[in-house]
Design a protein around this ligand. Structure first.
Ligand code: ATP
Length: 300
């Protein structure tokens, strides 16, 4: 079941097409990352989802229907870092947000626990690090126990400890059963935190699906026969194997290929041996995540 569906969603700012005909479904329980470089349309997509922006075309559906007044209460959002009152405590700040949201003040305790600030709730926010303020902001978004959390670049500007804390927090909130939609321009963040990803570039969807499929750093295998054997023999043998694909020539008469899921270099070696070929060289080559990302963006 999907919690959020975009259907042909577009947004123009004057002549700038910030988002072009985005169609995407966010499954319940997923941590769905919107990945793309600056200006690719991530914030615009989140703004449209939350009804902060009006679409130029297309529709947004939440929980299977058009957004209605009660929909917003089921969603917690953090689009930009909120300004807390620095001389009030973490708890007092959350109380103010809870009053505005008409959220049960008992949910303040739960939110402080979840974001790891229960022990420091009586301290003034002015003494908090940027990372703690960001966790408090996520705590504010959690008031009212929303089913979905929408976060725009939640680790932007944080130091390594703050980044690690917020990433852990996102995973913890997801483990509580919430769906999370988050924008990020950081590949490794999406890879570490998200279950699904949609890659946006210049307002267009370039790829979407489970992170394991979209950002797989599939290994290539480089193979070589003993010197003096023609590379054609190896290429022909590889091409005849149904679980081998993307066969390419390499330097020094070697050949590289990729294997279908579930197949290993050792099974490839055995299959070639069964055809009478004994390998003199077998090397695994990892594709960098960045290369995979660039190939998604450029293959369009
Ligand atoms: N209010 C606005 N008026 C005019 N153009 C805008 C406005 N907001 C965004 N844009 C343009 O729309 C495009 C998409 O911007 P958007 O902020 O959605 O991208 P983004 O992927 O979130 O990037 P960033 O991470 O830099 O915020 C960009 O070309 C941006 O300059």
């Amino acid at each position: 079941m999907s919690v959020l569906d975009f259907d042909n969603l577009s947004k123009n700012y004057g002549r700038t097409a910030a988002l072009r005909e985005l169609t995407l479904s966010i499954p319940a329980g997923s941590v769905y990352g919107l990945l793309g470089p600056n200006g690719s349309g991530k914030t615009t997509t989140l703004g449209l989802a939350l009804g902060v922006l009006r679409p130029s075309g297309g529709t947004v559906r939440w929980f299977g229907g058009p957004p209605v007044a009660t929909t917003r209460r089921r969603i917690g959002a953090l689009l930009e870092t909120p300004n807390f009152y620095p001389y009030l405590s973490a708890r007092q700040n959350l109380q103010i947000v809870a009053d505005v949201k008409q959220a049960d003040s008992r949910s303040i305790e739960a939110a402080l626990e979840t974001v790891g600030l229960a022990q420091r709730q009586r301290e003034a926010v002015s003494g908090f690090s940027l990372g703690m303020k960001q966790r408090l902001a996520i705590g504010a978004a959690l008031l009212g126990q929303p089913e979905v959390l929408v976060l725009d670049e939640p680790t932007n500007g944080l130091d390594p400890q703050g980044i690690a804390d917020v990433r852990e927090l996102v995973k913890r909130v997801a483990a509580e059963g919430r769906t999370i939609v988050m924008a990020s321009h950081l590949l490794d963040e999406i890879e570490k935190v998200c279950t699904h990803v949609a890659v946006l570039h210049k307002g267009q969807l370039r790829a979407s699906g489970p992170v394991s499929g979209i950002l797989s750093t599939t290994d290539r295998i480089v193979l070589g026969l003993p010197p003096g054997t023609a590379a054609d023999v190896l290429r022909a043998a590889l091409s005849s194997l149904p679980f081998v694909h993307d066969v390419r020539p390499e330097n020094e008469g070697r050949v590289s290929c990729a294997l279908a899921v579930g197949h290993t270099p050792s099974s490839l070696n055995q299959a070639l041996f069964a055809q009478g070929l004994t390998l003199a060289h077998l090397e695994l080559r990892h594709r960098r995540l960045e290369d995979q990302f660039l190939s998604i963006i450029n293959n369009s």
